[in-house]
Structure formats: structure tokens, C-alpha cells
Design a protein around this ligand. Structure first.
Ligand code: 6PG
Length: 477
């Protein structure tokens, strides 16, 4: 009996995807660079389904039914290229290579084009949900040809998370579309995490709450419109006590946030495409700032305001205000992320359905949230929506939240509690709704020093002012 699909690269993500496929009744060929991992998987989990262990590239390829579908789950970058080169020569036209790692979409575009020349399909797919997700149902974002999705899609939909019976998996678009969408998912993930972290810092700094109390606040929020995986796990982290010291866990962890780079890619591509993803950028920079230990040590003594905790009605309202500020800032972060997908889709001709992206992020992935169903509905109602901020329900919710949002940001400024995420989101909201922006003045400055020209509000064309002559006329010596 031939295997329906194969997985090569059996570290924990690959192993869990293979097990998930087998648990859904698919026969799965296994391969790993070192044989031990393959044997171990079969020894420990062989009873979960039909596995075909193989111990060479040739054996692996021969074990697969045609068109062959082989999933590569190795480190992004050169290891992925090396594995592709190992298998591609053994494959036949119509076979499908799937890269389920966190590849950069530009690499995926390159690989897809090269393999297409050789008659092979290459599917770069985003997979979100960590180890648990891979085993129990991730959110899956496959790119590549429609033809490859016809044979591969049903297997992926089988193992994906389900929400209301709908799989959290759909064909995103050609070549790099899947990895692009996964990249933006991670950017939004950074932004979401930053906003939640700022909420924690505000509740602690302005109200003097202990982490365990803040965990309770998050648990309450999690029963409402902020219901999401990230809020849920944040409550668990905050409620956790360090066994060694008896202190809140969050107080014994070094306050330097790391990253593997997908957030950075999102920001880089945002700049390239000219999409203002300020929330994601600020979240990414906040991580990098936190890591500058020397800079922070040098600046630690700089003067700040007195941090008098809030009292009276302001204190009473504050947690609710933070909830509203968090909600509104989160809408901004998602609005920006979806605009980036829209821009990528236009740039590369991917024709991505934003409603479908929101739908498959409802379950399985790290940013899964009730909220995403509202985004799905917004894009289904209006696929060309210029920004989520103007769609019916979001517009109303953000407008209703704006007073609280402004009040939280001003409290933060007054007490000297840094809230880059909240502040930049609010600035974006105000920039978008502004009748006039000071960009007009910037155009004047550019024209003054560099004759860069400007356009006028009342006439077509591009204009330049002879600044020196105007100055002489206006200020005769
Ligand atoms: C997911 C996650 C995952 C990501 C890391 C976080 O969707 O399951 O986004 O793919 O790589 O968990 O990455 P950082 O190390 O950059 O925070």
C-alpha cells in the first residue's frame, strides 16, 4: 500500500503534523535526516495510524502514491533549499512539494518558479498554532497553484482546526501568498501581544494591581469581545507563581523580548509596499528596545513624573477604560495587517480573499479570537473595504471606545507609563480621520530646500515656488 502523503523533517512540528495526518486515517510516509527520529516516532506513536517509515530519499519517494505529496518541515533558509534539492530530482511532473516551515515569501516565490520550470508544484504553506496546534488542528495557509490544492487541499482541511464545522484552511493564492499571509499573521501576533502587555503594565502601574489580580481582569475580559487565545494564556502566565522563589512568575523573567524574525519581515515588507503598519512596527521595535540592556541601564535615571496611583472615579473606571483602549487598538492592528495583505495581493497578483483569511484565523492559530468572525463578516459584506475601521460594527465600537482610549493614553503619558502600541494606534486613527494633515507643510519644506515640487488643492499639475525670489520680495534687504 502506498502512502497518501509523506513528511520529512521529524522534529516536533513535523512529527505532530505526521501524527495528525495519520490520526485522520491517512497513510503517512516518514523520513528524517537522522534515522533515530523516524524510529522513535514509529515506536512511540505507531499505534495512532498507518505510518511507512523510510530511511533514504529514494525509499521515501517510492513509498508515495502519485501525484506525490511530500511535506518538508525543516528550518527556513538553506536547510529548506538543501532538502528540496535532495528530493526534486527524484520526483515526476505533477508531484507536489509542500514547505510547511516559516519561510520568507520571497524565497517561496523563487522556489515555486524554479520548481514549476521542472514540472513540479511547490506549495509554501503557513502553519500556525505551535506544537499543540500541529497535533490537534492548526490553522493552515497554503499558497501555490490551484491544481496542487485540488489534491493536497482535502488532506490539509482534514487536519486543520474547525470552527462551526468550517476548516481553518483554504487556498490563499499562487506562489508566495500563503507564506505572506502567515508572515502578516505573525506581525499581528506581535501587535496583539504588545497591546496585552501594555494593558498589564497600565493596570499594574496606575492601579497597583498584583499580577494575579490582573490575571482575573483578563479572565473577565476573555468572556467578552476580547475573547481570544492570547488573552487566555496571558491570564495563565500572570497567575503563575515561580516555584523556586514564590514570586509571580512574570517578575522573575528578564524583561527582554526576543524574536525569530517574522515580525521584522512584516515591518520590512510593510515599508517596501508603503503600507503604514505602525502598530506592528511599534510592537516589533518595542521588543528590540527591551533587548537593549546597556542603553536602558544608561537611561534608567532620567527624570519622569511621580507615579501616583489613580484614585476615586478615575481608578474605578480605569480597568474598563483599558479594555476599551485595548479593543480599539486591536482593531487598528488588524485593520493595518489586512491592508498589508491587500497591498501584497495587489502587488503580486494573488487575488487573496480577505474574508477567507479572517475565517481561517478563527481557530487553530495563535491570534485566534472571536473577533475574527466579525472581520470575516465585514469583508464578506464588503470585499473592497478600504479599512476595517469604517465597516459598520467596528466603526461604532471604536467610536464608542474613543473617549476611554484617549483617557488611557493621557493617563499613561501623565504617569510616564510607556504605551507605544496604544499611542501609535490612536495616532493612526486620528491621522486617518483628519481633514488635513501637516503633510502639506512637509511638501513645502521639500520644495524649499530641494525643488521637489508640490501639487495644489485648487489646480492640476505639479508646482514649484522660487523660494529665494519670494523671500527677497517678502523681506527686501
Ligand atoms: C505560530 C507562531 C509561530 C512563531 C513563533 C513566534 O503561528 O504558531 O507565530 O509560527 O514562529 O511562535 O515567533 P517569535 O520567536 O518571532 O516570537
Amino acid at each position: 500500500e502506498k502512502a497518501n502523503i509523506g513528511v520529512t523533517g521529524l522534529a516536533v512540528m513535523g512529527r505532530n503534523l505526521a501524527r495528525n495526518l495519520a490520526r485522520h486515517g491517512h497513510t503517512v510516509a516518514l523520513h528524517n535526516r537522522s534515522e533515530t527520529r523516524t524510529r522513535e516516532l514509529v515506536d512511540r506513536f505507531g499505534s495512532e495510524g498507518d505510518f511507512v517509515p523510510t530511511y533514504s530519499a529514494r525509499e521515501f519517494v517510492d513509498a508515495l502514491e502519485r501525484p506525490r505529496k511530500l511535506v518538508i518541515m525543516v528550518k527556513a533558509g538553506e536547510p529548506t533549499d538543501a532538502v528540496i534539492e535532495e528530493f526534486a530530482p527524484l520526483l515526476e511532473p505533477g508531484d507536489v512539494i509542500v514547505d510547511a516551515g516559516n519561510a520568507h515569501f520571497a524565497d517561496t516565490r523563487r522556489r515555486e518558479a524554479a520548481l514549476r520550470e521542472r514540472g513540479l508544484h511547490f506549495v509554501g504553506t503557513g502553519v500556525s498554532g505551535g506544537e499543540e496546534g500541529a497535533l490537534h488542528g492548526p490553522s493552515i495557509m497554503p499558497g501555490g497553484s490551484a491544481e496542487s490544492y485540488a489534491s493536497l487541499g482535502p488532506l490539509l482541511e482534514d487536519i486543520a482546526a474547525k470552527v462551526d464545522g468550517t476548516p481553518c484552511c483554504a487556498h490563499i493564492g499562487p506562489d508566495g501568498a500563503g507564506h505572506f499571509v502567515k508572515m502578516v499573521h505573525n506581525g499581528i501576533e506581535y501587535s496583539d501581544m504588545e497591546l496585552i502587555a501594555e494593558s498589564f503594565d497600565l493596570l499594574r502601574g496606575a492601579l497597583g494591581y498584583e499580577p494575579a489580580q490582573i490575571a482575573e481582569v483578563f479572565r473577565t475580559w476573555n468572556t467578552g469581545r476580547l475573547d481570544s487565545y492570547l488573552i487566555e494564556i496571558t491570564a495563565d502566565v500572570l497567575a503563575h507563581t515561580d516555584p523556586a522563589t514564590g514570586k509571580p512568575f512574570v517578575d522573575v523573567v528578564q524583561d527582554q523580548a526576543e524574536q525569530k524574525g517574522t515580525g521584522r519581515w512584516t515591518v520590512q515588507i510593510g515599508l517596501d509596499l508603503g503600507v503604514p503598519i505602525t502598530g506592528i512596527a511599534e510592537a516589533t521595535f518595542a521588543r528590540s528596545l527591551s533587548g537593549h540592556a546597556g542603553l536602558r541601564a544608561a537611561a534608567r535615571g532620567l527624570a519622569g513624573p511621580a507615579r501616583t496611583p489613580l484614585s476615586g472615579s478615575e481608578a474605578e473606571r480605569f480597568a474598563d477604560d483599558v479594555e476599551q483602549a485595548l479593543y480599539a487598538s486591536k482593531v487598528v492592528a488588524y485593520a493595518q495587517g489586512f491592508n498589508q495583505i491587500q497591498a501584497g495581493s495587489a502587488e503580486y497578483g494573488w487575488n487573496i480573499d480577505l474574508g477567507s483569511v479572517a475565517s481561517l484565523w478563527r481557530g487553530g492559530c495563535i491570534i485566534r479570537a472571536k473577533f475574527l468572525d466579525d472581520i470575516r463578516a465585514a469583508y464578506e459584506a464588503e470585499p473592497e473595504l478600504p479599512t476595517l475601521l469604517t465597516s459598520g460594527d467596528f466603526r461604532k465600537a471604536v467610536e464608542d471606545a474613543q473617549d476611554a482610549w484617549r483617557s488611557v493614553v493621557s493617563t499613561a503619558v501623565r504617569l510616564g507609563i510607556p504605551t507605544p502600541g496604544f499611542s501609535t494606534a490612536l495616532a493612526y486613527y486620528d491621522e486617518l480621520r483628519a481633514e488635513r494633515l501637516p503633510a502639506a507643510l512637509i511638501q513645502g519644506q521639500r520644495d524649499y530646500f530641494g525643488a521637489h515640487t508640490y501639487r495644489r488643492v485648487d489646480r492640476e499639475g505639479s508646482f514649484h515656488t522660487e523660494w529665494a525670489a519670494e523671500q527677497r520680495a517678502e523681506h527686501p534687504a
